[in-house]
Design a protein around this ligand. Structure first.
Ligand code: SAH
Ligand code: SF4
Length: 393
């Protein structure tokens, strides 16, 4: 076993998480839930009777209007603002570079506390714009087809760093209207997917708090139907996701036998296909969502046979589902090849005929290594892409 895998195993259940309240220096208000925000304001001298109103006001400035400076919070009295300035800050990740693909996809490399780096990808489509956000720096899991999986986990992101990615993307898109945000369907950033770096269900509480903030109607106000959390299958956290977040769920399924899934998605050795499917059965009802998305990466000669397609249909029987077929995105040194187009079509056809939607995901932002599974913030890759990165000013 290499040193890297030993370390990542040891870290699996013992992540380093940035504390919510900073022990030294001003506390960051971004990422605090309403309850926590109320608490820190009261601790800082806000009278309890006023606290709910202050929470609302500050909340709207930060999440609805995109303000980062207490002086711009003009409905707060000046002495109150001065007091806030002494104890708090409103801080978000910093964009280091931004790459724009030929297809309009934007990939941001962002710096967070401790000098760590994460990647966030914005994907514009005809009638929506999706932001793919990260939940961890690296990933402890080691799915063999995923670039992020080759990067050892550094740490969990705080709720502030998770929701901060949305705020920063909105800055870059220029989407902070003076008078409230437009309706979801007319926004540039209308959907969020937790499909960037990391396994969101190994950072459950921070992801939950960040998504609660994202859904809050007084702020960013994205409906839970516009948020999709993708997991490799952390079974015990799936029912909690239904109860406590209630967003759409995507499962990185990728294989139809335990033998192959153990190799592709090693978490399967802990919770196998049968256990995963059992948990999924109750998700739509508890979360009140229509269906679960099964993500299936198409790897030539590994998991892409017609027989696999038929087995997949049998396995998911009884679960309202859509199957998203993802042509494998290559990365330097990747041990797999993308399935032939003809085989992807044949696989999709079998699923479609069994009554399930089976869209084939068009790879986006491949030219800037922004497609699914290509994210990795290791310095070796940074050096490689430096020449075509646009410094962010
Ligand atoms: N850790 C979570 C979310 C991040 S990965 C998860 O695994 O679900 C987002 C999606 O991209 C997952 O479905 C993942 O399996 C897929 N993916 C990873 N590497 C890929 C690659 N090289 N090509 C295509 N899809 C990939
Ligand atoms: Fe981690 Fe998801 Fe990549 Fe697996 S596919 S290594 S869980 S980011």
């Amino acid at each position: 076993m290499t040193e890297a895998t030993q370390t990542s195993k040891a870290l699996t259940h013992n992540f380093v998480t940035v504390p919510r309240k900073s022990p030294n220096g001003p506390t960051n208000l971004v990422g605090l839930t309403r309850v926590d925000l109320r608490e820190v304001l009261i601790e800082n001298g806000t009278p309890e009777k006023q606290a709910n109103m202050r929470v609302s006001q500050i909340w709207q400035w930060i999440y609805e209007k995109g303000v980062r400076d207490f002086d711009q919070m003009t409905n707060l009295a000046k002495p109150y603002r001065e007091n806030l300035k002494k104890s708090f800050q409103i801080s978000v990740p910093e964009i280091i570079t931004k790459n724009v693909s030929e297809d309009g996809t934007r990939k941001y490399l962002m710096r967070i506390n401790g000098g760590h780096e994460i990647e966030t990808v914005y994907i514009p489509e005809e009638n929506r714009g999706t932001l793919c956000i990260s939940s961890q720096v690296g990933c402890t899991l080691t799915c063999s087809f995923c670039h992020t999986g080759t990067q050892r986990l550094v740490r969990n992101l705080s709720s502030s760093e998770i929701v901060g990615q949305i705020l920063v993307a909105r800055d870059d898109l220029g989407e902070w209207p003076i008078q409230g945000l437009p309706k979801n369907e007319t926004r540039l950033l209308s959907n969020v997917v937790l499909m960037g770096m990391g396994e969101p269900l190994y950072n459950f509480e921070n992801v939950r708090d960040a998504m609660k903030i994202t859904m809050d109607p007084e702020g960013i106000s994205l409906s839970r139907r516009r948020i999709t959390l993708s997991t490799s299958g952390v079974v015990p956290e799936i029912s909690k996701t239904a109860e406590e977040i209630g967003c759409q769920l995507a499962i990185s399924f990728h294989a139809t036998t335990d033998e192959i899934r153990n190799k592709l998605v090693p978490i399967n050795k802990k919770w196998n296909i049968a256990q995963l499917l059992e948990t999924l059965k109750s998700y739509p009802k508890v979360s009140n969502s229509e269906r679960i998305t099964f993500e299936y990466v198409m790897l030539k000669g590994v998991n892409d046979s017609d027989e696999d397609a038929r087995r997949l249909v049998q396995l998911i029987k009884g679960i309202p589902a859509k199957i998203n077929l993802i042509p494998f995105n290559e990365w330097p040194g990747s041990p797999f090849e993308r399935s032939d187009w003809k085989q992807i079509k044949s696989f999709a056809d079998i699923i479609y005929k069994a009554g399930y939607a089976s869209p084939i995901r068009t790879p986006r932002g491949e030219d800037i290594m922004a497609a699914c599974g290509q994210l990795k913030s290791a310095s070796e890759k940074k050096r490689k892409s430096k020449k075509d990165a646009v410094p962010y000013t």
